[in-house]
Design a protein around this ligand. Sequence first.
Ligand SMILES: Nc1nc2c(c(=O)[nH]1)N[C@@H](CN(C=O)c1ccc(C(=O)N[C@@H](CCC(=O)O)C(=O)O)cc1)CN2
Length: 296
Amino acid sequence: MGAITIPAGRPATAHLLDGRATARTIRAELKERVARLASRGVRPGLGTVLVGSDPGSAAYVAGKHRDCEQIGIRSLRVELPESATRADVLAAVADLNGDPQCTGLIVQLPLPVGIDRGVVLESIDPAKDADGLHPTNLGRLVIGSPGPLPCTPRGIVELLRQYCVPLTGADVVIVGCGVTVGRPLALLLTRHTESATVTMCHEETRDMSAHIRRADIVVAAAGAAELVRADDVRPGAIVLDVGITRTEAGIVGDVAADVAGTAHMLAPMPGGVGPMTRAMLMTNVVEAAERSLPSC
Ligand SMILES: Nc1nc2c(c(=O)[nH]1)N[C@@H](CN(C=O)c1ccc(C(=O)N[C@@H](CCC(=O)O)C(=O)O)cc1)CN2
């Protein structure tokens, strides 16, 4: 794909990629699928493990359980104190792995300093991995086998599809190489079904602005407040803000406000990718329950 054509009369403010509305539609569909599962005697259940008292993480986990309640998914919540050891976390995961009422589970990230994220993610039963972050499922993504997909990357791709954004051959620049967003997103976008051309930028990238400026699509997921500015973005580009920085004044994304005057489409923070992350978690849980049926 060449540069995205800028329609005549492009508004001074970018079109909204509305994650809240899209997620609402997805939740309504999932509710019907859960009702169909119930008629076949299956009730999906999401287990969450929250370690410590980070208010952001607590809010995200609470949101996940609100979604479960609305859709009809059973909720199993485990909360451990900041002082929990690696053994405590592994024991909580083992309990959920062995609980037949728990059909999907997640460990909320980040974990407190000193608890090895990799060890904890590997301890999740890959068949119950609702986040798609177990190495087996990330490996499946690499080799193109079916499996749960990481929620934020899947949410980004679904949001772009919803707004008919062409991905084949599109130049996508991902800012940030984290495990939950940047790295798996590059894998998703380079599948044959998406076929985008992906550049990943990080702290050591030379002249990041030059990379961003030639992108058709920019995904800002570095967790660095207002890192991407209007001058960095090609007029007509599509920009998705994924980063969240908490300040005394409130939450700030990775994309500065002035980008709305340059981009053709913008997934804002809040209201863009975040709600899609939650919707994709629910989708992963429902899909896993559907896969457990003999013929579905
Ligand atoms: N085990 C996981 N941990 C984390 C993940 C993940 O996918 N799995 N992603 C993030 C946190 N996260 C979900 O867990 C998440 C982040 C943000 C949102 C969201 O809806 N954000 C709002 C605004 C933010 C706010 O009000 O605080 C929005 O963008 O509209 C949902 C889920 C890291 N950890």
